[in-house]
Design a binder for this molecule. Structure first.
Ligand code: AMP
Length: 442
């Protein structure tokens, strides 16, 4: 569940530019007045989405009218339902039967996890329709996917590589796609899918409605948007300061050789109920998870070398609380929607500063407080600067004292921490926080 951008007055003000004139449109903030039909409102009620989020309020009316859209929005804003609802409603209104291998709508996503989440949202919000959807993802056998295509479908969710494979084998034909969605376009390009995306788009009719969502808008994404979209409505719900305000961001300076110990130490803090640890490499993710397990801290690793089943299993163990820690690479973690992650740890800072924003967006969701702590070796200073430039903010640097190497860590959670609060750094006195007391944000 995510927080609402508007309260009280039940209206949102959306600024739109018509020619050179700035218009202020007042939109009544409920799904019905956005044009969402009865069977979809029923599905929304079933899942407890009471009010539209800002991106939903702003996007749905345009999408129902068939406009192209450029949406600048992160995961966590409700962007999936913002495109899924109008897409389903438009297809539902056309009443043409599902056809084998010929979807009428195509959603492209960079990762398998995101594709599956979109697929779930389609199933949830389309539950009172007879529309059919299927997904195509790599890393698992193709036969069940081929069978699903052959049974007939309306909406296809796919990652690019496998989709091109199956299109080349003539299991899927994109010539009847009337709605195309590119989700997390920045990540699609980051992962080197630009040519694949263009080849896929070229197989769809020019008359289609096109939507492109991206958390960030680097030059390459803007160029792709210009090529694919036709006179799009632009909706930007990205936070002004690129990182979510509620997140308590800190930097812990620690040498590479001490990072594992530091991580184990910080994970024992009472306030760390559920954490995602980011590493730069798959090998690093495995190693950190193995050592955490060795230290008695339940952990799962998730990365692109794992089979789809192993990834789903790891996620499930994390979601149901069997593992308190998920160690992930950037790509594997994208699009994962898990509530109540209290802490994100950057075991290493990412190569691309944008990834920092994606990473810390895993916590502090739903307007809840969250914390993102980065373990930074002195050699990572330049990466830290790049992150600070991007987010226009310098996370507080805190000093954390590790217990001496030979003293065994007490088992279970610490009853105190050694994190010197940012406000107290100059005095140099070590401060022991009381149980469950949150540090003031830096
Ligand atoms: P997304 O940005 O699409 O990944 O959505 C983030 C989360 O918000 C998902 O868990 C959705 O189920 C949830 N969500 C989407 N729309 C709403 C809404 N209108 N009210 C409450 N929760 C929502």
């Amino acid at each position: 569940m995510i927080g609402q951008g508007t309260t009280g007055a039940a209206v949102v003000a959306a600024a739109a530019t018509a020619g050179k004139r700035q218009l202020t449109i007042l939109i009544k903030n409920d799904f019905e007045s956005l044009g969402v039909g009865g069977k979809f409102r029923r599905a929304l009620r079933d899942v407890g989405y009471e009010q539209p989020t800002p991106i939903q309020s702003q996007a749905i009316p345009h999408l129902l009218r068939g406009m192209d859209l450029l949406g600048i929005a992160q995961t966590g804003t409700g962007k999936t339902a913002a495109f899924v609802l109008p897409l389903l409603q438009r297809l539902d209104g056309e009443s043409s039967p599902p056809r084998p291998g010929r979807p009428r709508a195509l959603v492209l996503a960079p990762t398998r996890e995101l594709a599956l989440q979109i697929h779930e949202e389609l199933a949830t919000l389309g539950r009172h329709t007879s529309l059919r959807h299927a997904f195509i993802i790599g890393g698992v056998g193709q036969n069940p996917q081929v069978r699903a295509l052959a049974r007939g479908l309306d909406v296809l969710v796919a990652t690019p590589g496998r989709l091109l494979d199956l299109a080349a084998q003539r299991h899927v034909d994109l010539s009847e796609v009337s709605v195309l969605v590119l989700d997390e376009a920045d990540r699609l390009l980051d992962m080197g899918f630009v040519r694949d995306v263009k080849r896929i788009v070229a197989q769809t009719p020019e008359t289609r409605q096109s939507l492109l969502f991206s958390a960030t808008m680097p030059q390459e994404v803007a160029t792709l948007a210009r090529e694919i979209l036709d006179d799009p409505v632009r909706i930007d719900v990205s936070p002004k300061q690129m990182t979510v305000k509620e997140i308590d961001q800190r930097v812990v300076m620690v040498g590479n050789g001490d990072k594992q110990r530091m991580l184990e130490h910080l994970l024992q803090e009472d306030e760390v109920s559920r954490a995602i640890v980011f590493t730069r490499t798959k090998h690093g993710a495995n190693k950190v998870a193995r050592k955490l397990e060795g230290a008695g801290i339940g952990a799962e690793a998730i990365h692109g070398n794992k089979s789809q089943n192993a990834r789903q299993r790891a996620l499930q163990n994390f979601k149901n609380g069997d593992a308190r820690v998920l160690v992930a690479t950037d790509i594997a973690a994208r699009g994962i929607d898990i509530d109540a992650v209290s802490h994100v740890f950057n075991y290493e800072l990412p190569h691309e500063p944008e990834s920092y924003v994606h990473r810390i967006g895993r916590t502090g969701r739903a307007g809840a407080a969250g914390a993102a702590w980065s373990l930074v070796d002195p050699s990572e200073r330049s990466r830290l600067l790049a992150v600070e430039r991007l987010i226009r903010f310098s996370p507080a640097e805190v000093t954390v004292e590790l217990p001496p190497r030979d003293s065994a860590e007490p088992s279970g959670r610490h009853s105190r921490d050694f994190v010197r609060s940012p406000g107290n750094q100059k005095s140099g006195t070590r401060r022991r926080a009381r149980r469950r007391r949150r540090q003031p944000a830096g």
